[in-house]
Design a binder for this molecule. Sequence first.
Ligand code: ATP
Length: 268
Amino acid sequence: MSLIEIDNVTLHLGGRLVLDDVSMTVEPGEIVTIVGPNGSGKSTLMKVVIGALQPDSGAVIRKPGLRIGYVPQKLHIDPTLPLTVRRFLSLPKRVSNEAAHAALDDAGAGHLCMRQMTDLSGGQFQRVLLARALLSEPDLLILDEATQGLDQTGSADFYSQIERLRQNKGVAVLMVSHELHVVMSTSDRVICLNGHVCCHGAPEHVASAPEYRALFGTGTHGALALYRHDHSLDHCDHDHAQDHAHAHTHDHGQNHSQNQPQDKVTSA
Ligand SMILES: Nc1ncnc2c1ncn2[C@@H]1O[C@H](COP(=O)(O)OP(=O)(O)OP(=O)(O)O)[C@@H](O)[C@H]1O
């Protein structure tokens, strides 16, 4: 069974169509990355996956008992508040020293345990957020632009850590990233979102897909095009995109949109 199955999800926010018939799955142990221009619905899709937003129609099916660890883009900590990494990991729920050390080690942050949160560099801070997400021993890690603000080396190191985690623990990863060059080498599958799924598949397949090239250009530095792209939902050729319309499609013959999430969600 898939860890997550999104079937034909449509969602409006503020009267605007943000997710248009989106389908995708995440299988155990795989790394799936969502790419797409600003405002293309990536964060919204992540919120649907963790159950923070309910779709207008379509189904979100989580494997029963699924544990999700969520690594946010940023977390604001009051700079006047003395808070060590160790204490941070025990908020809001106390964790044992053993669990805290194990999670920090897995996140490559074992040496940071007694440091003040406010003294950490951007990369160190993200590793601590990763450690916090690992405390629940998740089956699936969700990273929403977790390396935003890090330099290239910092984010490459962070993604290497993610790959090691997948290798050592078999955790699946669903992430949103703007760093296409890193994403292309790290992911098993890439889903290109622009309100709807423009194209999807192995990174090499997506990189050469006309829909992807229309959004990001042809070079590995197409990431730069990301911020310049005019992202109307109609940008992709719908007839052509029809062949690629769904990252994964199942006909369950019923609307599950009212389903309550069955999983345990950990938010860091
Ligand atoms: N609560 C909301 N109410 C109304 N519109 C919203 C809301 N949240 C998001 N939107 C709109 O939905 C669209 C998709 O937003 P979303 O944050 O999912 O995009 P994104 O692909 O993650 O963008 P970015 O790359 O800039 O982070 C945007 O046009 C945004 O303005």
